[in-house]
Design a protein around this ligand. Structure first.
Ligand code: H2B
Length: 103
């Protein structure tokens, strides 16, 4: 069913991960990014895709949406910090966002 308990990444591992994820930073001990899409439909399309990925991973974002903006915080509550699951979800979100941002 669920995988082994996720392990918190070290400061160095987090720094290395963030350096490969443009737009992402660590804020309040969570991986943080804000996207600005063209409109609400694009923002919600991104969120719909991300929701399916999150559910498949059994790993869920903290996020906040107003019209075209989506503010995201990723942390692993079971581990009390940032784990490889958060990095993986951030990469998936980047892929999904690119589709909406047309990059
Ligand atoms: N999402 C996040 N971000 N952190 C978790 O620790 C977590 C989760 N745990 N989604 C999962 C669900 C856990 O509660 C279930 C029981 O697997």
């Amino acid at each position: 069913m669920s995988n082994a308990k996720p392990v918190k990444l070290s400061e160095a591992e987090i720094a290395s991960a963030v350096s490969k994820l443009p737009g992402w930073k660590v804020e309040d001990g969570k991986l943080h990014r804000e996207y600005a899409f063209i409109d609400f439909v694009a923002a919600f399309a991104f969120m719909s895709g991300a929701a399916l990925v999150a559910q498949a991973m059994d790993h869920h974002p903290e996020w906040f949406n107003v019209w075209n903006k989506v503010r995201i915080d990723l942390a692993t509550h079971d581990a009390g910090g940032i784990t490889a699951l958060d990095v993986k979800l951030a990469y998936s979100m980047e892929e999904l966002a690119e589709r909406q941002l047309g990059k």
